[in-house]
Design a protein around this ligand. Structure first.
Ligand code: NOJ
Length: 733
């Protein structure tokens, strides 16, 4: 975990005492590779130009392949760069050599990258992996990503993404572990352990970066980068806990979010950065801005120009400027004029040098040559973990008439462009994967020996091919339709105002259903979709998300019954888009949603999620009985019997929720407080115990004070957030 020895602290102090002001500010400057030549624009702007249509994708690719890239060698030599985003291990070594051997003080560089759900081995997107409810898995996938990337020069992951997200229109719901503060906090701790926990060799760990701090997931109307207004109690109860958990677990760095929070951009937010993070939580690491975010404070209208934005950011405790060079250009003058105290700079640089020291970069600055090609062929152990994660993340949403699993020998018409894709299975924010490592759904089924023919028919962005649809309807005993979103439809800058199946895919399903043959829908998507029509009309629905390189193998195993699905939803699914934001742990209203008109509901969609948080079916069935809540001095011991009432073995996720029935502020109708996975043979019953500390029954008020209030609590246990057994208990504090 991130902690320095006394000797390391002394070395940092000594180094700091020998630095010039320019060298100090250099450590606060993070560069990305920029393009020079005919196009003297930063890489980000080039991407923007392509996105807004000023240049085409072909033009972009041509520029990238021919353009000279500026790696800022001269600035590195002069000690004016602290970190960079670079992926090539040989390039990392080359630049590191300049920093270590040619700069005056030889301070090594950090190399950061977005390693969100895997480096070379890509795992399920976070919203999917979170649904495995398996913290040990969260740790193992992160640890493997850390090892893979560190041997390629990347020693700093811009991950985990810990934004509690409750509006599926927001494209970035894919990158984070869902809507629930408790589950996201479990994910946070486990990821920090995975990324930073194995310090047995510098090759085994990286610095984590908690993002996006904070409340980015609550951007108004799910539109990316949008404004956020929220009560302080909501901030403390729902959006801060995962960050707090990760800081307590020893995370080394934090990235501030793009959004403003109650009028102050998080990039310059004294309250969140100084008061909460650095003062109250005593976070010892450093804070980096998001890309270009210091400059964007001018567009926000919180700073008149770049120098003012730089001053505000530094004063607020923003230690590193990602990509704008504003610190590099203007901080020196601000310090000389006394507008930014030198102590602010010293504090930032001490934090940055400390992380570098802890990473072992002063002793091991280079990527060992022999490690660079270690993953030329991906080891089976890595593939096996990707497969395990993918299998555990698949959620069975509907299985009418037990169509699934498919029967041996059944002829399958495999339909949908996504079914044959090796690219779309990867999901948003994966950068270092190789198509040759990927198993498409078609390949997965073929390798598993299924009898099938493939008919592309239609994809998320293409028209329906009628002839192929007809052929698909004729061939199979069963039709498996793979529909959903491309990976570019979720992730950053990928909000959607309509989250039904994109393009003509619903029409495709209609045509397939008209054949009268059984239709199984496999969804491949990066967010909860609005599936009202599908839930009504399609007999079997399997939520497969973007599952990473082994997606095809995992989906095949579940379809063919070799794996009993056990994944759960980490995010509620609305029936229709207009219900967003929707989340199970909402505050109670004075008129809770019900059947009658004057309750909190929609005339045309009711009030309940189509599929609630924690939901997921299995090829067997489970029953809960005998819920007991025993009060102990400091805890409640909650026990329940869980039975497998079906015909095959399975794994049930037992979920513990609570409600503070009466409190001084309105509390959520339910809050997750614990979970356990239990493996059960057919007919087997097991008792499951879930401890609930009394100290976890409280909440924060609008002053950010944690309160434990005596009174009535409801304890719920069940297999999802909707269907639970309940016991009431009175607790005095
Ligand atoms: C912008 C994104 O918001 C952030 O998540 C990412 O880490 C940085 N760019 C760097 O790529």
């Amino acid at each position: 975990m991130y902690r320095l020895t006394q000797e390391q602290k002394t070395r940092v102090k000594d180094l700091l005492s020998r630095m010039t002001l320019d060298e100090k500010i250099g450590q606060m400057n993070q560069e990305s590779v920029s393009i020079v030549g005919g196009f003297d624009v930063p890489f980000e702007e080039l991407i923007e130009m392509m996105t807004d249509g000023r240049i085409s994708q072909e033009e972009f690719e041509k520029i990238m392949s021919t353009a000279e890239q500026d790696y800022h060698e001269d600035d590195i030599r002069a000690g004016l760069v602290g970190s960079l985003m670079v992926q090539d291990p040989r390039k990392c070594n080359e630049l590191q050599r300049i920093a270590v051997e040619e700069s005056r003080l030889g301070i090594p560089l950090m190399f950061g990258l977005d390693v969100i759900h895997g480096y070379r081995t890509v795992y399920p997107i976070a919203i999917a992996e979170a649904g495995s409810f398996d913290p040990d898995l969260f740790t193992r996938t992160a640890r493997m990503a850390a090892k893979e990337s560190r041997t390629q020069g990347v020693n700093w992951h811009f991950a985990p993404m810990l934004d509690v997200a409750r509006d599926a229109r927001w494209g970035r719901v894919s990158e984070g572990p869902g809507e629930d503060p408790y589950l996201v906090s479990q994910f946070a701790r486990a990821k920090i352990e995975g990324l930073q926990g194995d310090m047995s060799s510098p090759e085994n760990y990286v610095a984590a970066c908690l993002k996006h701090y904070v409340a980015y997931g609550a951007c108004e109307s799910g539109r990316d980068y949008n404004t956020v207004s929220m009560a302080t109690s909501m901030l403390y109860n729902s959006y801060l806990p995962p960050f707090k958990a990760a800081v307590e677990a020893g995370a080394a760095t934090v990235m501030a979010s793009f959004n403003d929070l109650n009028g102050v951009p998080c990039t310059v937010n004294q309250y969140t950065l100084r008061h909460i993070l650095k003062d109250s939580w005593q976070f010892p690491g450093f804070v980096v801005s998001d890309a270009n975010a210091i400059r964007e404070c001018v567009a926000h209208g919180i700073a008149a120009d770049e120098p003012e934005a730089g001053k505000k950011a530094a004063a607020a405790g923003m230690d590193v400027d990602m990509g704008t060079q504003i610190y590099k250009k203007y901080l020196r003058e601000a310090v000389e004029k006394g507008e930014v105290p030198l102590s602010v700079i010293d504090e930032a640089v001490e934090r940055i040098l400390s992380v570098k020291m802890w990473l072992g970069l002063f002793e091991h600055p280079y990527v060992p040559e022999e490690a660079m090609d270690r993953y030329e062929v991906l080891p089976e152990e890595h593939r096996a973990l990707a497969r395990e994660a993918a299998e555990k993340s698949i959620v069975l949403l509907k299985n009418e008439g037990d169509i699934l699993p498919l029967q041996k020998g059944q002829k399958i018409s495999l339909v949908g462009e996504l079914a044959a894709s090796r690219e779309e299975i990867i999901g948003a924010w994966a950068m270092s994967w190789r198509p040759t490592d990927c198993v498409s759904i078609q390949e997965g089924l073929e390798k598993a020996g299924a009898t099938l023919e493939y008919f592309p028919c239609c994809g998320p962005e293409s028209d329906i091919d009628e002839a192929q649809v007809q052929a698909a309807c004729q061939y199979g005993d069963v039709i498996v339709a793979v529909v959903g979103e491309t990976d570019a439809m979720s992730g950053e800058a990928s909000s959607r105002a309509d989250i039904t199946l994109p393009g003509h895919q619903r029409e495709l399903l209609q045509k397939l259903l008209a054949s009268g043959k059984p239709v199984v829908t496999c969804l491949m998507n990066g967010r909860p979709l609005a599936l009202q029509w599908e839930a009504k009309n399609v007999p079997a629905i399997l939520e497969c998300w973007h599952l990473g390189i082994e997606m095809g193998s995992a989906v095949a195993k579940v379809l063919l019954g070799e794996k009993n699905p056990e994944g759960r939803l980490a995010s509620s699914f609305p029936a229709v888009t207009g219900m967003c934001p929707i989340y199970y742990n909402h505050p109670n209203t004075g008129r809770p949603g019900g059947r009658s008109k004057f309750t909190s509901r929609y005339l045309d969609a009711g009030f309940e999620a189509l599929y609630p948080f924690g939901y997921g079916l299995s090829y067997t069935t489970y029953a809960f009985s005998d819920l007991q809540v025993e009060e102990q001095p400091d805890a409640l011991q909650v026990t329940v019997n869980v039975s497998n009432t079906g015909n095959c073995a399975g794994v049930e996720t037992v979920q513990l929720y609570m409600q503070d029935v009466t409190a001084s502020i309105v509390r959520p109708v339910k809050e997750l407080k614990g979970f356990a996975k239990v493996a059960l043979a057919p007919g087997e019953t097991k008792p499951v115990s879930l401890p609930l500390q009394k100290s976890d029954l409280g909440f924060y008020n609008d002053a950010g004070t944690y309160l434990l209030e005596s009174g009535l609590f409801r304890i719920y246990v069940g297999g999802n957030s909707r269907d639970c057994l309940c016991q009431e208990v009175s607790i005095g504090f």
